[in-house]
Design a binder for this molecule. Structure first.
Ligand code: ZN
Length: 370
């Protein structure tokens, strides 16, 4: 007896169907035990059509969790009615996400709750604050991190930007352009990332230890000479304050350049997070000091966008939908209206029923008519 399954990110996802009780636990036990042995991936259970589970099922999943945690693997659940989620929450063991997009956000981005905790613990009183961080590679202990209040700054599209920027609801003279500060940079070894949780963060209450994996640390440490020479091509980068506040346009540019470098050196070409590479290149266009670099970064972004379209299964629903919008933007800027329309039709077909994607479809529509 098999359960329908598919790979999403680093998870194997199983569709649990309308009901998962003692009968199904018995029916699928040997199948799932074999699956645990046959794969190295984490496991997730899709509850979006599940109306009922029972105590036996909860114990059954707890057993799976125990087996997997011996190998440092995870179990997650997503979707499901409140009643189903409450039963799973009662054992306090599982990672549970209300929707598939929340679940997928965790593949590539900082966990939303963790980010809110960082903001609460950060120094300062405004909606834009700093964090004191330690570099995960060279242990330099005075790296500046920046964070915005996500209840105040919301991602919005401006007509002159390809990617959304964080802006307050109301005009605010003190508002900062967060895209200048989104990448944290170690001024000693030039490790750079948009992921705050990959740095060790020092709070008055205690330390949050970096979540960067050993494998990634090793790869990024090997690239230090290359990274340093890349950074040294730009004037000012040897000064410790270069990447602090206020960041000049040039510093913002180099921060995104280093972010892109690290993304590419963390994994092989096949598994590189193409979406973040694309965003980094759009940001480099925004902060470029020379016209020629804009063309170069636009070209790189386009090549990686086509790469995403060829490897859709590696990307979460939301990132894929955003990639379509970016691709449509670039194609329109090159007067390739026919191609842009083709991708729009594809996008609309794939995402029209997903609530979280509606604003992206609207944005693409808006681009096509304006
Ligand atoms: Zn460092």
């Amino acid at each position: 007896m098999f359960l329908p399954r598919k790979v999403r990110g680093h998870y194997l996802c199983y569709d649990l169907g309308t009901e998962f009780t003692s009968a199904q636990a018995l029916k699928y036990k040997s199948f799932l035990m074999d699956e645990i042995k046959d794969s190295r991936l984490d496991m997730a259970f899709d509850l979006s059509s599940t109306e009922r589970i029972d105590g036996t099922a909860v114990m059954f999943f707890k057993n799976i969790h125990e087996q997997l945690s011996k190998e440092n693997r995870k179990v997650a659940f997503f979707g499901g009615t409140q009643d189903v989620l409450d039963q799973l929450k009662s054992v306090n063991t599982f990672q549970i996400y209300p929707t598939v997009t929340d679940f997928e956000r965790d593949f590539h981005e900082i966990n939303i709750e963790l980010n809110k905790t960082f903001f609460r613990l950060s120094e300062g009183k405004g909606h834009f604050r700093t964090l004191k961080m330690i570099c995960p590679l060279c242990s330099f202990d005075n790296v500046s991190g920046f964070i915005v209040d996500e209840n105040y700054y919301k991602p919005r599209w401006r007509d002159d930007e390809i990617v959304p920027v964080f802006e307050p609801d109301e005009p605010d003279a003190n508002a900062v352009d967060f895209s200048c500060y989104q990448v944290s940079v170690c001024p000693k070894c030039f490790y750079a990332s948009t992921r705050l949780d990959w740095f060790t963060i020092v709070f008055p209450e205690g330390r949050f230890e970096s979540h960067l994996t050993q494998e990634n640390r090793a790869k990024l440490s090997n690239a230090v000479a290359l990274r340093r020479s890349l950074a040294m091509n730009y004037s000012g980068t040897n000064e410790e304050a270069f990447f602090r506040i206020p960041r000049e346009k040039g510093a913002s540019y180099v921060s995104w350049l280093l972010n892109e470098f690290n993304l590419k050196h963390m994994s092989d070409q096949r598994t590189t997070d193409g979406f973040d590479v694309v965003v980094s290149n759009f940001m480099m266009c925004k902060f470029a000091l020379k016209e020629i670099s804009i063309d170069e970064h636009m070209y790189t972004a386009l090549a990686w966008l086509y790469g995403i379209m060829d490897n859709k299964e590696n990307y979460s629903t939301l990132r894929l939908a955003k990639a379509y919008v970016y691709l449509i933007s670039v194609l329109l800027s090159q007067d390739k209206t026919g191609d842009a329309r083709k991708f729009y039709r594809e996008m609309e077909k794939s995402f029209k029923d997903i609530e979280d994607c509606k604003y992206l479809i609207n944005r693409a529509q808006h681009l096509l008519v304006s």
